[in-house]
Design a binder for this molecule. Structure first.
Ligand code: 6GU
Length: 263
């Protein structure tokens, strides 16, 4: 996977991506990263790449020409026109499925905007994908580009070690990950759930599945609508609803569960 990033802050991208697992993958040659400083393509030669917005309003707009020249320089070097992702809060919201799809590409270009954005005309010419990473506003596209590259990278074969691949389960089957514990067995008076010390793998697996379901119910209930529950899952859900364990559900959670169990 070859990542190309067009940005006004290449050092931010380089520093972030050369750290930890993505840094190791670049060193191994599994990923490559090339940043393009849009400022180097300033038309006036003085480094200026922004101007006032037509129609008035706050802030500055990145001009079309420097962005377009940076892009043309890049495609010439690559020898093809890869997908170009423009990072914008107006885009489609990034998710695991989009990460999986983009991980199939050989080359990807990310375009990071700043200020009030980029002149629409160049976006119409070069952007193939408009992507947001969630419903909040950031100062620029660099962190979103790094978020996307991080999640795409972990799907590139060899990037994660076998041990690290285990973490892939975190979002499997639409359930959130169960809680984890390590030594000591008692920390500041708090015990590890006894089943985890029992050595009974079947019971451990069952407990973890139940905890995953419970966590998903508590923080992301809408994900449960897509989960295929088996008999034992349903038994757990009915016990929850009947207040048979230590868990207390809110009325809202109970009413959600009642509807879920009716399917
Ligand atoms: Cl992609 N860019 C900016 N500036 N803010 C965001 C975003 C992107 N995604 C969420 N907030």
């Amino acid at each position: 996977m070859n990542f190309y990033v067009m940005t006004l802050f290449p050092e931010m991208i380089e520093n972030g991506m050369h750290t930890s697992i993505t840094g190791r993958a670049i060193a191994k040659g599994l990923l490559s990263l090339e940043t393009v400083n849009i400022r180097a393509y300033s038309e006036t030669g003085n480094g200026r790449i922004d101007d006032y917005p037509y129609g008035g309003g706050a802030g500055m707009v990145m001009q079309a020409e420097p962005v377009c020249r940076a892009y043309e320089g890049l495609v010439e070097k690559i020898g093809s026109r890869p997908r170009l992702v423009y990072l914008t809060p107006q885009g489609r919201v990034f998710d695991q499925r989009m990460a999986e799809e983009l991980a199939q590409e050989e080359n990807l270009i990310f375009l990071c905007g700043h200020y009030e954005g980029i002149d629409e005309r160049v976006l119409e010419e070069i952007a193939t994908d408009f992507v947001s990473i969630g419903d909040y506003v950031l100062t620029g596209g660099e962190l979103p580009a790094m978020v996307m590259m991080d999640s795409i990278s972990r799907m590139v074969p060899g990037v994660l070690s076998n041990q690290e691949s285990g973490q892939f389960e975190s979002f499997q089957g639409n359930l959130l990950e169960y809680p984890q514990y390590s030594r000591p067995a008692v920390w500041r008076g708090k015990e590890v759930p006894p089943v985890l010390l029992s050595g009974h793998h079947g019971n451990v697996d069952r407990w973890r599945r139940d905890q995953s379901i419970l966590r998903t119910l508590k923080s992301r209930p809408e994900l449960l609508l897509e989960v295929a529950f088996d008999k034992k899952d349903r038994k757990f859900l009915r016990a929850l609803l009947a207040d048979e364990g230590d868990e207390r559900l809110t009325e809202e959670q109970k009413s959600f569960l009642t509807k879920l169990l009716a399917f």
